[in-house]
Ligand binder design. Sequence first.
Ligand SMILES: *Cc1c(COP(=O)(O)O)cnc(C)c1O
Length: 422
Amino acid sequence: MEENIEVIFNGFFRYKNGNFYAEEKRVEDIAKKYGTPCYLYSYHSLLSRIKKFKEAFKGVNTLICYSVKANSNISILKIIKEQELGVDVVSGGELQRALLVNFPPDKIVFAGVGKKDEEIELGVKKNIYCFNIENEDEIEIIERYARKYRRKVICNLRLNLDIDVDTHHYVKTSKKETKFGLDIHSASSILKKHRNNKYVEIKGFHLHLGSQLKDIHPYTKALDTVKIFCKENNFSPEIIDLGGGFGIPYSSYDRVKDIEDFGVAIKEKIKEIGAKLLILEPGRYIVGNTAILLCRVLYVKRRQDKNFVITDAGMNDLVRPAFYGSHHIIIPAKKSTGEKYIKADIVGPICETGDYLGKDIEVPAHIKRGDILIVGSAGAYCFSMASNYNSRPRPCEIMVNKNREFVIRKREDYKALWAGEL
Ligand SMILES: *Cc1c(COP(=O)(O)O)cnc(C)c1O
């Protein structure tokens, strides 16, 4: 049951003579210099993902807006901006990050089920490209600020089409029992009501269906439904914002359709609908497999029926296994040939039974205190979900470019834990 890690890392992270490398940097050297736990990104891996995504959607007019919540580090945002992508933000804080990095306002789109008045005001004031609307009352708030700043604000209606997708129930966003989007009846009445609104112009629809989608048909089904909806409502959408959700392999056994295949099918549907602009909001696809988490083995607990490897990274550093039951590969930084393996649960130091990074993971039989382990696919929803639970400072983030490394976020110190407390 050997993982083919090439499928996950595309050669940007790999073993060379038994040592694991990020580009041209040996990860054990990074762990030694900067300590653990530590997030480690590959610059060229990030560039390559952006390029692949852009190429898949060539041929239609697109605005690709990276979803900031997947990873909001400003160095990563800066690289994404240099590649001429826009951003999808879901809070005032994410909008401030995007502005800090100087994303052009006309490449910023704002989504979210609970936008506060002041967040909406900031978006209108900064003249962002559009808002994705999830509630009729939101339009009135936008209108209020549009009037104040004398603007006409573009809005897309986020539709909840009750489409089921094959992913974890926590990351399905298009079933009718989820909180997201407008049902088609509300959308229809909003379209009629605001047809001649002087301050708010509804140009189309937003359809983020969920995350880590491995197949194309939820997208094509959603677009078919939108097409019928438009016909019934006598409305020609200028914009279709399909959201994100494009899946990535977390293991070489994961079957995920190539992004080119998503591109072909989606472009065809967009042409059928006749929309002038396709907005896409990839998060995980762009950053998910561009990083790893390095952690150090603190203790090995061998019991008769079970082995535990206790590492210095826990659910506060990387919560996805504890939160969603997600699988990440966990492999040693040093590997020798002909080695025996045992199965173990890889767990963190947090005082919670749910605190684990992996269950029944194969680790070298001689694994010991001090060894470095690598958690794969740690670029999306990993650092951005990290917390200070158990009063643990958050890890540092480092980016490797060939044989050079850059600290893109310092390790938090203890003082950071209580900064702001009175
Ligand atoms: C989370 C989110 C995305 C990104 O999803 P990925 O699965 O990471 O591609 C895009 N759009 C919206 C509105 C989101 O909430």
